[in-house]
Design a protein around this ligand. Structure first.
Ligand SMILES: *Cc1c(COP(=O)(O)O)cnc(C)c1O
Length: 454
C-alpha cells in the first residue's frame, strides 16, 4: 500500500461553503434557451411560473463563479456529507494495474444517490419563497425519493410522476416516497391532459422521463403556490451537484494528488457535471490536462449518437428549446434497467463542453455494465447502482489500458448510488435472463426526425 488511506475523509468543517458555477467559467457562452413559438430567448421571468425563483436566478447566472450554499442546506448536507472518497485498492490489485482508482460514493443516504444534493437545495428555496407544494417526475425513483426526503424535511407537499416501467420494477420505491409524505402517480397517467394524450397515442407504453416531465409541469402550472422541480438536466441542478467534485478536489489536495481521468455516468448530466466541475475549470483555463469521460448506456446514447441541436426537454413539448445533444424528445428508450440514464437529452453545459472537445464520451450495453457491477461489489463491498456501474465499467477499462501501456494514471470515478433498489436487475443478470437490446439505426432516425428545425 502507498501512503494514501483506503478512505480519504473530510470532516464537516471541510465541506465546501459554496457551489461552483460552471456556467460562469465556460470558454464561450451557452446558446440561449428559446421560446418554441417565438424562437426568441427565454427570460428569467418566463420561467418563474414553472420553477422556484432562486432556481431560475441560478439557471441564468453567468457571472458568479461561486454561489454560497445556504446554512440550512449545509445543515442538511452534514447529515450525510462529506461523502466518502475511497481508494479502490482491492480492485486495482485484482486488475493488476499500475493505475490508481479513486471512487466517490454518493449512495450513503436513504434515497440512495447523489440526487439529494439538489433536492434539499430546491426544497429549501421553495420554502423560502413561501410555496406550499412541488411536483416532479422520477425515472428509476432516486430523484422522487430524494425530493420526498427534502419536502418531508421542509414540510412541503409533493406529487411525483413516476415512469410506469420503473414503478412496476420498483414497488418499494413508492413505499419510501410515501413514508416521507409524497403522492406517487405512475406516468403516463389519466390525471393530466398530456398524460391522457400520450396514452391515446401510445397505448400500453411504459412511459419515459420526457412524458413524466410533461405531466409534472402541467400540474405545477395549474396549482396555486406550486412549482416544478427537476432532478437533472438544468444548469441549477449541476450547480448543486458540484459539491461532489469540490469535495473530491479538496480531499485529493490533502494528499497533493490530481486525477488524470475523471469518469462519470451520464443521464441528464447532473452528477457528471458536478463531479467534473472543478477539474473542467482547470482544463478550460489551460492549467491541467485531464480526461473527462462521460459514460452512457448504449440504449440511450445522447452524446455518442445524438445530435447537437435545439430540442424540447419533454415529450409533451412544453419546455423551452435547449441547445443540447438529443435523441429527439419523442425518443422512448427500450426498457433498460439503468432507469436513471433513460433521458433523450443532455444538460446544455455538458453538451457545450462535449461539442468543444473538453469531454469524451463512451457507451456500454447492459451486460458489460453488470459484469463490472458484480466485480466491484465483490471487491469493494458496495453494491453499486446500475447507472453508477456504467462509470465503473469505463474506469475498469481505463485501468486495464493503463496495465497494457504501463501507465500510472490516477482515475477518479463517480459512484452515484447504491444498487439496493435495483435488485430485480441484479436478479435478471444473475439468472442469465438479462439481454442487451440494440438501438437500431431505424429507431435512432425516427427519434432524430422529431427534432424541430430551428
Ligand atoms: C439519476 C441518476 C443518475 C443519472 O442522472 P444524472 O443527472 O445524469 O446524474 C446516475 N446515477 C444514479 C444513481 C441516479 O440516480
Amino acid at each position: 500500500m502507498s501512503d494514501i488511506p483506503y478512505k480519504i475523509y473530510l470532516d464537516e468543517n471541510e465541506m465546501p461553503q459554496a457551489w461552483l458555477n460552471l456556467q460562469a467559467c465556460l470558454p464561450e457562452p451557452l446558446d440561449p434557451m428559446l421560446n418554441p413559438q417565438t424562437k426568441q430567448p427565454v427570460s428569467a421571468a418566463d420561467m418563474e411560473p414553472v420553477f422556484c425563483h432562486e432556481a431560475v436566478l441560478q439557471e441564468f447566472n453567468t457571472t458568479d463563479k461561486f454561489i454560497p450554499i445556504p446554512q440550512s442546506v449545509r445543515d442538511f448536507y452534514v447529515m450525510y456529507r462529506p461523502s466518502p472518497l475511497v481508494r479502490a485498492y482491492n480492485l486495482e490489485k485484482y486488475l493488476q494495474t499500475p493505475a490508481e482508482i479513486y471512487y466517490k460514493f454518493e449512495g450513503t443516504n436513504t434515497s440512495g444517490s447523489h440526487k439529494l444534493n439538489s433536492a434539499v437545495a430546491q426544497a429549501y428555496f421553495a420554502k423560502q419563497q413561501g410555496l406550499t407544494s412541488l411536483t416532479t417526475e422520477t425515472g428509476a425513483g432516486q430523484w422522487g425519493t430524494a425530493l420526498s426526503m427534502a419536502c418531508g424535511f421542509y414540510d412541503l407537499k409533493l406529487t411525483v410522476f413516476m415512469v410506469k416501467v420503473s414503478s412496476e420494477q420498483k414497488p418499494y420505491r413508492k413505499a419510501v416516497m410515501e413514508t416521507y409524505g409524497a403522492k406517487v402517480i405512475p406516468s403516463p397517467s389519466e390525471t393530466t391532459q398530456i398524460g391522457r394524450q400520450i396514452l391515446r397515442e401510445h397505448p400500453g407504453t411504459g412511459g419515459s422521463l420526457g412524458c413524466a416531465v410533461s405531466e409534472a409541469m402541467e400540474v405545477a402550472l395549474h396549482t396555486e403556490n406550486c412549482r416544478y422541480a427537476l432532478g437533472s438536466v438544468m444548469n441549477h441542478v449541476i450547480l448543486h451537484q458540484t459539491i461532489i467534485g469540490l469535495e473530491c478536489q479538496k480531499a485529493m489536495q490533502k494528499y497533493d494528488i490530481y486525477p488524470d481521468v475523471v469518469v462519470g455516468c451520464i443521464g441528464g448530466g447532473s452528477n457528471f457535471g458536478g463531479l467534473i466541475a472543478p477539474f473542467a475549470v482547470d482544463k478550460i483555463a489551460g492549467e491541467r490536462e485531464v480526461r473527462l469521460l462521460a459514460v452512457e448506456p448504449a440504449s440511450c446514447p445522447s452524446l455518442t449518437r445524438g445530435k447537437f441541436a435545439y430540442d424540447f426537454g419533454d415529450t409533451g413539448r412544453m419546455t423551452p428549446l435547449m441547445k443540447m445533444y438529443t435523441l429527439g424528445s419523442g425518443f422512448i428508450p427500450s426498457p433498460s434497467h439503468a432507469g436513471g440514464l433513460r433521458y433523450h437529452g443532455m444538460n446544455p453545459i455538458v453538451s457545450k463542453l462535449y461539442n468543444m472537445g473538453y469531454i469524451d464520451a463512451v457507451s456500454y450495453s447492459q451486460l458489460k455494465v453488470f459484469e463490472a457491477a458484480k466485480l466491484f461489489a465483490r471487491l469493494e463491498g458496495y453494491l453499486p447502482a446500475p447507472e453508477s456501474s456504467h462509470a465503473i465499467r469505463a474506469a475498469i477499462d481505463e485501468a486495464v489500458k493503463c496495465r497494457e501501456k504501463g501507465e500510472k494514471k490516477r482515475i477518479l470515478v463517480g459512484v452515484t448510488g447504491t444498487g439496493y433498489f435495483d435488485l430485480a436487475a441484479y436478479q435478471a443478470y444473475n439468472s442469465g435472463s438479462m439481454e442487451d437490446g440494440q438501438l437500431s439505426e431505424e429507431e435512432l432516425r425516427s427519434g432524430l426526425a422529431g427534432v424541430p428545425k430551428v
